[in-house]
Each structure stands twice: as structure tokens, then as C-alpha cells.
Design a protein around this ligand. Sequence first.
Ligand code: CAA
Length: 285
Amino acid sequence: MPFRKVGVVGCGLMGSGIAETAARSGFPVVVREVSDALLQRGLEWIERSMARGVERGKLTAADRDAARGRIVGTVRLEDLGDSDVVCEAIIENMAEKQRLYQALDEICRPDTVFASNTSSLSITAMASATRRPERVLGLHFFNPVPVMKPVEMVRGLRTSDETLAAGRAFAERLGKTVVACKDYPGFIVNLLLVPYLLDAIRALELGVASKEDIDTAVTLGLNHPMGPLTLLDFIGIDTTYYIAEAMFEEFKDARYAAPPLMRRMVLAGLHGRKTGHGFYDYPRS
Ligand code: CAA
């Protein structure tokens, strides 16, 4: 059965992007945050992103209004009870995720599919917190979700073929290109990206070059849209730190060890664009 109703847990950078993209693709969406303040912030991000979409001619004002009308925000997990698929985009912490999946397992119908947007944690470990491990998969989106094409579709050890087929059909209805991978730390993109981003911080720490020159070298030299330190600010230094920690925990390999500067920036609240300060400053508009 194709999915009709979409639940999203977490309305941060990724959850808001998934909720927006699903609503723009015609799905009714219920998105849940833990507090009214975080929910309002997430809904504002959706508003701003859709306004950019209208400005850039990617959607009409009427389509934006229709998409807005399909999104319901809530702080009650119970409101996701009649979802056909629940996309989870909360903090990259396994204990938190397993607690959430246990709760969702009670609230949702037995046939509801759970799709985690995790970028590094084990789908199999999340699935094991539920009584429906065959209905749990990874659908890992990229930031900004409405713009970025790929979705990494991750098969846990017990994910069924039926769940994968439904997950693929859903991601394709969102206009995404699906790449399939196994439940391996970092999947495809972060397996390659995280050591590169950490190395950029190490280069800065070592004084190899200024942050501007590191970014300019990569932007112009490799033709990337953003240099690594700008990209870290964009993804979130905290988010990348949690991903790196999870990968280090799995591999015990120094390539995935967060550099001291990164840890200190996380502790200081210098998380990048979302907090207004990271490697660069982002004045609030
Ligand atoms: N809705 C729809 N389309 C939008 C949009 C929106 N809200 N906002 C922008 N767009 C479109 C624009 O119309 C434009 O499309 P065209 O090329 O067809 O004209 C395109 O998106 C680019 O937008 P802009 O011109 O506004 O901005 P830009 O050229 O400065 O690009 C960017 C912005 C897309 C973010 C670009 O800088 C980029 O690609 N950066 C790298 C992003 C990246 O690497 N993301 C992955 C991070 S890793 C991750 O997410 C996974 C993880 O686990 C850590």
C-alpha cells in the first residue's frame, strides 16, 4: 500500500525540510517537536524556505499556500498515530532514538513504516527497539532537503523487501533519487564526507591556512559549491560532531575522532548558521 499520511518527528533543519518536501509533494503531514518554541522555529524555517522557493520560481504562491495547509504542527507524539510512514529526524543519539521508537511502536498501527533520517547510526539497532523490525528502514535526506536530490535508502538486517519498495516509492514521489546501501556507519556520503570535514578543521587547527583560504581552495580547486568550513556551518557543527562521535564509536579510527576545536565549538554553542555563529558569523535578518 502506498503511503498517504506522513508523520515527521523533529522539526529541526532536516525534519522541517522533510515536512516541507512531503507537503509540497501533496502529502498531509503532521510534524512533532518537543516544545512550542522549537515547533514555531521549525515552522518558520518552512515558511522561509517556501518563500525562497516562490522567489526562485520553483513553486507558485498558490502551491505554497496549499502545501502550508497540509502541514499540522504538534508537540504530542500521539498525533502521529494514524501515519502510514513516520520519518524520524531527531538528535543523533541512539538512546534517544530507541526511546522514541519504543513510544512510536505503541502509538502507531502495526503496519506503519518507520523511516529514520539518521546519517550514521544503525537502523538495525533502532529497529530492535520495536516489535516491527521488518518495517524500519533508513531514508537519509540531504540539506537543504527541498533542493538536494539524493536519498540514501538503508536496509537494516531485518528490513523487508516490501518496506524497501514502499520507502523507495515514497522518496521518488518526493522527487528524490534513491541510492540503496547497507546498514554501515556513515552509509555512502558520510563515510566519505566526515573524515574530509574533520581534516579541514584539523588543517585550521594546525594553522595550515586561514578558514577563508581553506574554503576558497576547495571551492575553486575542486569546484565544490561550498568549502568544508562553510559546509560545516551549514550542516551544523553539533550535528557533524555527533555523527563523527558515532562513527568513531564504531570504527575506533582516528580519522573519525572529533578535533579538540570542534568539541569546544559545540560546547560554546558555536553550531554554525542555525545559532548565528560557527566558523563564520551569520547576522540574523
Ligand atoms: N525550494 C526549491 N528550490 C530551491 C529552494 C527552495 N526552498 N531554495 C533554493 N532552491 C533552488 C534554486 O532555485 C536553485 O535552483 P536552480 O539551480 O535550478 O536555479 C538551487 O536551489 C540553488 O539555490 P540558490 O541559487 O538559492 O543558492 P546557491 O546556488 O547558493 O546554492 C546550496 C545553495 C544548494 C545550498 C549550495 O550552496 C549547495 O549545494 N551547497 C552544498 C550543500 C550540501 O553539500 N549539502 C549536503 C550536506 S551533507 C548532508 O546534508 C547530510 C549529512 O548527513 C551531514
